[in-house]
Structures are given as structure tokens and as C-alpha cells.
Design a protein around this ligand. Structure first.
Ligand code: GTQ
Ligand code: FE2
Length: 357
């Protein structure tokens, strides 16, 4: 049926008006928007510079107190395509969080799953269910849903880090709960290693008190020395002629839940990629959205048909089905997180490798 021939039919106009009056909406006038041929995100590819993010967080630190009610001095990356909502993609939240000298962000818990990644600085402990966890450069920390957590800065220096959460997904699905906890933190001690790590973070060794499969990883913090060593060894093995890298000059690891071997949390995947000087990644696009933070080094990331030079701290969003690749003259370390666990669990995952490059 062609709809064009019916365009100036007054009876049809009345039908559409009656649809509207009765809260009905026809498929045929909007099929392309409702069911596009390929994922067509409203989110756009975009880069936030650390040199922009950090000074703005610092100014917030000077002007805005942190405490009960507002809860966190966190400033969300708002994707320019999403109409001003504080979402980096339709499913993911990314923010820079800043805590001044001796400041405390009070305890609370929520359904939303959260992680922290530290690109520079130290001196903050995040207390997760009463377990103080030191935050240091290169560390990847978890706060899975419904765990009480608060943050406190023990030092005379401010500290900033990035947060990733599934806030947009939880809002879209109306699945979120939230509770306030202690006004301070329940344990203000400052151990180098958390109890969670002492129990769980020994390679390939599982405590017999924890043989049940857990929804989220029980490892509160994945320390930089382990991530760095894993990547360095992949590249060293490649040099020695052994198959260890995902592609030439590209070492990569995924953070996993040791009780399942799967992703660290039900909604968020996290990985770390190291690309050797003079190497590049193969162009690809995937269903689901992806965010990078440059941890070290510099390079270029191509997003669709646009190339961006990026350096330490910069954050990059790759919306669903956007072709991307990275190349570097000097070598680059990239932290990455995505909504892949949601996409894969629902069997919507697809990957496409465009020919060329
Ligand atoms: O640190 O608990 O960026 O609850 C957003 C929500 C951080 C946090 C965010 C949060 C937190
Ligand atoms: Fe929180």
C-alpha cells in the first residue's frame, strides 16, 4: 500500500486525529524511525578532553560542597546527541568525580552497578560494605548494585577519578532502588589492600568459602600492577613468536568475575587495551555502546569518518554500530567499558569488520 495517494483524504485526517485523541499511534507512518535497517543511535561519537574535565571538576571542588542529598561531586559526560540528559550513551553513565582534601562522600546503596577507574592520583579510600579499598593510579574498582559505599579522602591533596554506571539503563527499565547509609564512612581505616582482595585476588585460586557463582565479581579492586603485567607479557610473548595478542601489536585483557569467568557486573563490561608504538587496530563496529579513557600515551581514534588525536585522560564515546579504530605512533594504553553484557545476554550482539584499513 502506498500512503502517498491517501495524503489529502479528509476521512483519513479524521482517522489520524481520532488515533491521537484515543492515545493510539500507527506503525506505518514511522516504520523507519521505529525499526531502522541498522542501529541508528541518537548518541553521537564525541571526545571529552582531560584538560577540560579536570579543571572544571576542580572548580566544582572549590564551589560545591559534597554531602548528604547531592551525595557525590560527580559531573556526567552528556552525549551531545541525547538532548541534554546526563548520559554518555543510551545505556551508560560516565562521570568525573572529585573529592577535596579530607572530604567524605557519605554512604548509600542503589540498584545501579558502578565502577571507578583512576587515571591519576591517590589518597581516597572507597568503603564498600564496610571494606576500605585504596584507590590508586591504574586501579579498576567495583561497586556492584546494592552494596553500601562511601568515599573519603585521607590526604591534603584533591583526587579525581571516573565513574561508570548503568544509570540510563536502570532508568529506562524502571528497575532502580536507592537507600541512604551512614553519614560518614563506616570504617575510616586506610589499609593498602582490602579484605576483598586478600580473600579473592590471587591468580587462579578460589577460596573454598566462595564456591557459589556470584552475580558480580567479589574482587573490589583490580590493581594496576596486575593489569600492566598481563599486557606487558602479551607483548613480550608476541616478540618471542607466541600467539598472545588479539592482533599484531595489540594486547588486551578483560576484567572478569572469578566465580563465573564472565563480565565483572551484569550490565557493564570493562577491558584494558595496549597498542604498541607504530601499530593500529582493525576497524570494527559492534552492537552496543562503548566508552574509552586514554590511560597513557597518545594516538588517533577514528570514529565513523572523523579522526581525533587523543592523549592521557581523554574520554571517547563510540555509539552502537559506529565504526572505530585506533592507531598510535608512540604507543597508547586504553581503558574501555561497554554495555556488551546486556547486548550479549539478550542475543542482540553483532560485529562487522568493514573491508580496507
Ligand atoms: O560514587 O556512589 O558518578 O552513586 C553517580 C552515582 C557516582 C557514587 C556517580 C553514584 C556515584
Ligand atoms: Fe553510588
Amino acid at each position: 500500500m502506498s500512503t502517498d495517494a491517501l495524503d489529502s483524504d479528509p476521512e483519513l485526517d479524521t482517522l489520524y486525529a481520532d488515533f491521537e485523541a484515543n492515545h493510539l499511534n500507527p506503525l506505518w507512518t514511522q516504520l523507519g524511525d521505529l525499526m531502522p535497517m541498522v542501529p541508528t543511535s541518537k548518541a553521537v561519537p564525541f571526545v571529552w578532553r582531560w584538560s577540560t574535565l579536570y579543571p572544571l571538576a576542580q572548580r566544582a571542588g572549590d564551589l560545591v560542597p559534597v554531602g548528604r542529598g547531592g551525595e557525590r561531586r560527580a559531573i556526567a559526560l552528556a552525549n551531545p546527541g541525547l538532548g541534554g540528559v546526563p548520559y554518555v550513551t543510551p545505556t551508560l553513565w560516565a562521570a568525573i568525580q572529585y573529592l577535596g582534601p579530607k572530604e567524605t562522600a557519605p554512604e548509600h546503596r542503589h540498584s545501579q552497578n558502578a565502577f571507578r577507574f583512576v587515571v591519576e592520583g591517590e589518597g581516597v579510600w572507597t568503603v564498600v560494605n564496610g571494606d576500605p579499598v585504596a584507590m590508586c593510579r591504574g586501579d579498576f574498582l567495583l561497586t556492584p548494585g546494592w552494596n553500601f559505599h562511601g568515599h573519603h579522602n585521607e590526604t591534603d591533596q584533591p583526587m579525581a577519578w571516573i565513574d561508570g554506571l548503568d544509570i540510563p539503563f536502570v532508568n529506562y527499565t524502571d528497575t532502580g532502588f536507592f537507600e541512604f547509609g551512614a553519614d560518614g564512612v563506616t570504617d575510616d581505616s586506610t589499609p593498602d589492600i582490602s579484605r576483598s582482595e586478600r580473600l579473592w585476588a590471587h591468580p587462579g585460586l578460589r577460596p573454598l568459602v566462595g564456591l557459589d557463582a556470584k552475580t558480580s565479581s567479589p574482587i573490589a579492586c583490580y590493581r594496576w600492577k596486575h593489569t600492566d603485567a598481563a599486557l606487558a607479557e602479551q607483548l613480550a610473548l608476541e616478540d618471542e613468536g607466541f600467539a598472545a595478542t588479539v592482533e599484531p601489536g595489540h594486547a588486551a585483557v578483560r576484567y572478569t568475575n572469578p566465580t563465573t569467568g564472565g563480565d565483572v557486573m551484569p550490565t557493564i563490561r570493562a577491558e584494558f587495551h595496549r597498542i604498541r608504538a607504530g601499530s593500529h587496530t582493525r576497524s570494527r563496529r559492534d552492537v552496543g555502546s562503548l566508552v574509552f579513557q586514554v590511560f597513557d600515551g597518545k594516538g588517533r581514534i577514528t570514529l565513523g569518518d572523523q579522526e581525533h588525536s587523543v592523549a592521557t585522560g581523554d574520554m571517547i564515546v563510540v555509539p552502537s554500530w559506529t565504526t572505530w579504530s585506533v592507531d598510535t605512533d608512540d604507543g597508547i594504553d586504553l581503558f574501555a567499558f561497554s554495555d556488551a553484557p546486556i547486548v550479549e545476554r539478550l542475543h542482540f550482539n553483532r560485529t562487522h569488520f568493514p573491508e580496507h584499513a
